[in-house]
Design a protein around this ligand. Sequence first.
Ligand code: SF4
Length: 354
Amino acid sequence: MNNKFFAETLIRWYTHQHRDLPWRQTRNPYYIWLSEIILQQTRVAQGLPYYERFVSTYPTITDLANAPEQEVIRLWQGLGYYSRARNLHQTAKHIAYQLNGVFPSTYNELLKLKGIGPYTAAAIASFAFDEAVAVVDGNVYRVLARVFGVDLDIASSQGQKKFAQLAAELISIEQPALYNQAIMEFGAVHCTPTSPDCLLCPFQGVCAANLTGRVAHLPVKIKKTKVRVRHFHYFILMKDGQLAMNLRTERDIWQQLYDFYLVETEHSDATLDSLPLPSFLQQALSQSVVSQPSETITHILSHQRIQARFWQVALPPGFDLELPSSLRFFTQEEIDELPKPVLVSTYWKARFFE
Ligand code: SF4
């Protein structure tokens, strides 16, 4: 199959079949960048309301740059991978203040920005500035592997080199934005991982995977992601109608979000007596009414499975306790405004507003 036929067929398919999404109606690099960062590891249906909220709260990159980080993270709450929100905010500040609000317009310049990798740089450069640089994401790997019968592991360096080379050869020089949109959309809605519509496919007669019965085997992805299981024991210190919330500052999940005081163990079978508790907490527990632990709640992240239990610790009124610097008491109204991981937010709402 020649390259022109491939690109033209995709663009023709896209013209008739694509979903009408708001970031496709714009050439504004700021909006395109927002949509691409939100949609990383997020389905379109889940990401769409976040995109709309960000655009209406921060209509320009300067509005985003001027916002307090906590507010940005609060708006991001529920999307996970919070480093994306922090990078988004830092890059907005860099563009607004160091680059005078002018969004870099080439692939190479975009790559220098924090939180922007080859895929996002290619997306912004092509969608906003018509640069002929090919996007290569999971959808593109799948379409190319199947149509051209490439059976190299997509996680291997050899595979990545081959796919990048193929993608660069295939992109339409005349219509790079449309071509990139088309191949990503085709992978997302037509040539899907488990139910590709081969019967009604414009590549049916030329697709190598279809012709050789290898659709279910391509693309080849050998590396399996290891899931880490973590055991969280949360202590909810309550005093005078307020709860102690902990600002997470370490390099870990949920950085700059608030949770309760956390004790983590290697194993699930820890009892209250066997937990490694700091002295301030031991002192608090000795003076307080402590609830039975909650049922274990399982919270799934992409590479981690959190098994969490919660203890409520009702401190005596006016009890004076020296807390770690990351922990302080907040009213319910204040907690409502704090950025919190979904696990904490869900438990807090269910327990305190049931
Ligand atoms: S024929 Fe099937 S596997 Fe090949 S591109 Fe079309 S939908 Fe994908």
